[in-house]
Design a protein around this ligand. Structure first.
Ligand SMILES: [Zn+2]
Length: 405
């Protein structure tokens, strides 16, 4: 498209920084869009995530960080019933974290998993294989479906995100267990500087705390807020699994909550290969992303719905996120990335039918709630909706959900 001279003077409208087809600014390097949370562009149109990754590659002394890890865990090793607690979804990041801390660092962890209720069949196999091969103790918790359903509906209507129970539960459960078992060290996997820039950078060792939980994890809704929004039959004791332990208790126990990825460089593609080789962790297909990313978010039945929602709200799905990582790592060029985005992002997932049945809402309601949370300048056009294909295990989900009639 030919642009007028006056428009070309404005950097904000010059390609590749401005994508004329979708009418949005995009990082001139990695293709992320201006509708991504907390994204900022410099004068050359390069985003803050690209810059963080440069810091990771060029500035951080990873040899020094690895030594720091040894010194850090020496304070905890052998002093408690478990050396640390590892929050574990069974996806690639947490599986790699458990593998690394057990096999490389020789720690004895308590592995803990908040169950959001939608784990896929191969995920469950991967999880059990990992736990057996590493020989670790494991605890899991599945909250009531009646409560989860109300939470999903409420957070979807209010925030356009149905995963409040999962965001909150996954963060709260390990901290509650740290208190219960008197184990003051929690090890997460990937640090936030990897994919976003919520004020965290690779120059610091990020700690997960209540401040972070309330600002970035729980959609700005605490369990105490949530109980007031739900039907009266739900009480605070029903929401206890989503309530962050109080500050005094955590301070008394001196809880430290850190990311393994602050101490070793985080490379999802390489990590997926490692756990595949070492633990027999199997790749899977996910709705709306190319098969080559078979390690990404394979654990949840409704990843495709989350990504579709993101597309309706912000104009991009998981493929754009994945190819942007590959561009930063020098594995894909912009043209390859854009053609994959075109092919995969934004399709209506086949799993939506099951999701609507589960929550008892119509597709019109679903789309109109999603559109009410649109992030400017993106405007969703429902007339361009293309349907996606069902996944290979889709039919088994009915049994896992107890929905087979
Ligand atoms: Zn970028």
């Amino acid at each position: 498209m030919k642009m007028s001279t006056s428009i070309c003077k404005d950097l904000k409208t010059i390609p590749p920084f401005y994508d004329e087809a979708i009418k949005m600014k995009t990082c001139s390097k990695c293709c992320v869009l201006e509708t991504q949370d907390s994204i900022q562009f410099d004068a050359k149109g390069v985003c803050n995530v690209c810059k963080q990754v440069e810091v990771k590659k060029n500035t951080v002394d990873w040899v020094g960080r690895r030594k720091m890890l040894d010194e850090f865990i020496a304070h905890y090793r052998g002093k408690y019933q478990y050396d640390c607690i590892i929050p574990f979804s069974g996806g690639k990041d947490s599986t790699y974290t458990v593998w690394y801390l057990v096999e490389v660092c020789k720690l004895k962890p308590l592995v803990v998993s908040f169950n959001h209720g939608f784990f896929r069949p191969q995920h469950l196999e991967n999880r059990n294989r990992t736990l057996n091969k590493l020989g670790v103790d494991f605890l899991t918790f599945l909250p009531s479906w009646k409560i989860r359903r109300e939470l999903m509906l409420e957070s979807f209507r209010r925030k356009g995100d149905f995963c409040w129970h999962c965001h909150s539960g996954c963060y709260v459960y390990p901290v509650q267990l740290a208190v219960k078992f008197h184990v003051p060290l929690i090890f997460w996997g990937q640090p936030d500087a990897e994919y976003g820039s919520y004020g965290y950078t690779y120059e610091e060792i990020q700690e997960v705390d209540e401040r972070q939980f309330n600002r970035f994890i729980n959609l700005g809704i605490t369990a105490e807020d949530m109980v007031g929004m739900l039907p009266e039959w739900i009480t605070m004791s029903d929401l206890a699994p989503f309530q962050y332990p109080d500050r005094d208790t955590l301070r008394a126990l001196k809880v430290r909550s850190v990311h393994l990825g602050s101490f070793i460089p985080w490379d999802p593609r390489a990590m997926a290969q490692t756990i595949h080789k070492e633990l027999g962790w199997k790749f899977d297909k996910v709705e709306g992303i190319p098969e080559e990313y078979g390690w990404e978010k394979v654990e949840c039945m409704f990843t495709g719905i989350r990504d579709y929602l993101k597309y309706i709200k912000r104009g991009f799905g998981r493929t754009r996120h994945l190819v942007s990582i590959d561009i930063r790592e020098g594995r894909k060029n912009r043209e390859e990335a854009l053609s994959l985005i075109e092919k995969y992002d934004g399709k209506r997932p086949a799993s939506l039918d099951l999701f609507l049945k589960l929550l008892d809402i119509t597709e019109e309601e679903f789309v109109s709630i999603a559109i009410s949370h649109c992030v400017a300048p993106y405007k969703h056009d429902t007339s361009k909706t293309v349907k996606g294909e069902p996944l290979w295990d889709h039919d088994q989900w009915l049994d896992l959900l107890g929905m087979r009639e």
